[in-house]
Design a protein around this ligand. Structure first.
Ligand SMILES: Cc1ncc(COP(=O)(O)O)c(C=O)c1O
Length: 503
């Protein structure tokens, strides 16, 4: 029996272990799940158990503990081994024996990917069928319908691109930007910068509307830029900037662009299913997202939705689209309404996974998904603030699913150590800051399946204990208490609202 299980046996339950160590239950649950107690608890374990578990046992177990690696086949187990017993591997074989890969079970609270929902993982392992098999084609139609629900649109051209979010981004730009086109790009973080790259590579001329990292895009600046450049026909912006945790007012930005007769490209990679993305209500023209954030699906798919206005304008282009793979007119042959002709080999099992992720979302209800992200964010925020931490983004502009937390000055030089300890001792991943925010913020994501109360509690307990070890005045239990109070207040409010509605 490992030390985690022995502790539970000695104290009778995980809850009691948590009480003894003044930890949240989620932390103890994580010890049991990962099969060991982190080395830093060695002395406390010995004390609390009156020596029944010696500190050295905890230390030994924790230091020898490595991600589980199983051999795909026992050494010398092959039926077809050469008679001489000498390994017949050829000169190109890797020098060391490589076994099957078994990643550890992590809690993913970074800026994405999020944890994959178990039902989605199961769907991915179903038998492969051909991408033109009538059964598969039927599934594709359902997938398009489910994506329309997710994007809140009736756009016929709504489908997943085979490739990560960056491919969805490139798909929009390469189809909508012709050489020489002037394009306004609103930049307030990393991903606005990538849009500029895309405009340039498509032969366009970017006009950059700049805002500070951590600030939402200023609609007035967009208005001014459009007035100054009346020949601009395309505006692009990131709805949810993952690098800073800020959300911009998409509806207002789209309205401004339309008043100046410009179409829009909106990046909804981090927003989709975490906060409202109302494509039809906002009259958004081209929107792309990604499968690995609030949809909790495997990375590598980019759902897009394209208005009929954009489809018509791309059809009218006289020049050849500069990418064969991403040419919208060619892709329509596979994903369009009537035809199903070979374009590329679709990633069938990943598409089963997306289908399942969207079925789960539909079962939950998209409004409930948005509400869940907000609820857990508010609890996390209450806990982090009780710990004395502050947020980068001002109240009201922050994303519930991507929390940019300012690192206390005294810890900034050692911030990588904090993330490393969280990963090694708590199996918990949080993200670092990027660009000018590197070393200044942590990015704590609460996305999709990862967005749940036990993860909020684990994050608060784990971060709190690491910061306390580093000398910060963090009092064990305070952050967790604040989060519990926030949940209780939210539940009471929801119950009241339900009662009022029923009356
Ligand atoms: C806002 C935003 N846009 C685009 C991307 C690129 O997506 P991917 O990494 O799936 O290519 C990301 C990735 O994190 C993102 O957060």
């Amino acid at each position: 029996m490992n030390c985690a299980d022995r502790l539970v046996a000695i104290f009778g339950s995980q809850a009691e272990v948590a009480r003894q160590f003044r930890l949240d239950r989620a932390v103890v649950n994580n010890w049991v799940k990962s099969g060991y107690v982190p080395a830093r608890w060695a002395m406390e374990v010995e004390q609390a158990t009156g020596g029944q578990i010696a500190a050295v046992e905890v230390l030994n177990e924790a230091t020898t503990r490595k991600p589980l690696r199983m051999k795909s086949r026992p050494d010398g187990g092959s039926l077809f081994e050469s008679l001489t017993g000498i390994d017949t591997m050829n000169e190109f074989a890797p020098a060391k024996r490589i076994s099957s890969f078994h990643p550890p079970q992590r809690t993913l609270l970074g800026p994405g990917p999020s944890e994959i929902t178990p039902r989605v993982m199961a769907a991915m392992s179903l038998p492969a069928i051909g991408y033109l098999d009538p059964i598969f084609v039927g599934m594709m139609e359902e997938l398009k319908g489910l994506l329309r629900y997710t994007f809140q649109t009736k756009n016929p051209l709504t489908f997943p691109i085979s490739g990560p979010g960056s491919v969805g981004m490139e798909f929009c730009f390469v189809n909508m930007v012709a050489p020489g086109d002037k394009v306004i790009v609103c930049r307030n973080g990393v991903f606005g910068g990538r849009m500029i790259e895309n405009v340039e590579r498509a032969g366009g001329v970017p006009i950059v509307v700049e805002d500070a990292w951590g600030e939402p895009i200023d609609p007035q600046k967009l208005e001014d830029a459009l007035k100054k450049n009346p020949d601009v026909r395309l505006v692009s912006f990131v709805h949810a900037e993952t690098s800073t945790g800020v959300q911009s007012d998409a509806k207002t930005l789209i309205d401004i662009a339309h008043r100046h007769d410009a179409l829009t490209i909106m990046d909804a990679v981090t927003s989709l299913a975490g906060t409202p993305v109302l494509v039809d209500e906002w009259h958004a023209d081209a929107v792309y997202s990604a499968s690995q954030k609030c949809l909790s699906c495997t990375p590598g798919l980019s759902p897009v939705t394209i208005s009929e206005r954009v489809v018509e304008s791309v059809k009218l282009r006289k020049d050849k689209i500069h990418s064969w793979f991403m040419d919208m007119n060619l892709l329509l042959g596979y994903w369009g309404e009537t035809t199903r002709t070979y374009h590329h080999t679709a990633p069938t099992n990943s598409l089963y996974a997306l289908h399942e992720a969207l079925v789960i979302l539909k079962e939950e209800g998209i409004e409930n998904s948005w509400a869940r992200h907000m609820r857990n964010h508010l609890a996390l925020k209450a806990g982090l603030e009780a710990m004395g931490l502050k947020f980068l983004v001002k109240e009201g502009a922050g994303l519930p699913q991507m929390n940019a937390v300012l690192i206390p000055e005294t810890v900034q030089a050692r911030e990588a150590e904090v993330r490393k300890t969280l990963l090694n001792e708590f199996n918990l991943e949080i993200g670092a800051g990027l660009g000018p925010l590197a070393g200044k913020i942590w990015r704590i994501g609460l996305m999709g399946y990862s967005c749940k109360p036990e993860n909020v509690m684990l994050c608060l307990s784990a971060l709190g204990s690491v910061l306390s070890d580093m000398g910060l005045p963090v009092h064990v239990g305070e952050a967790e208490g604040a989060a519990h109070n926030a949940y209780a207040a939210l539940h009471a409010k929801a119950a009241q609202a339900k009662k009022k509605k029923a009356a």
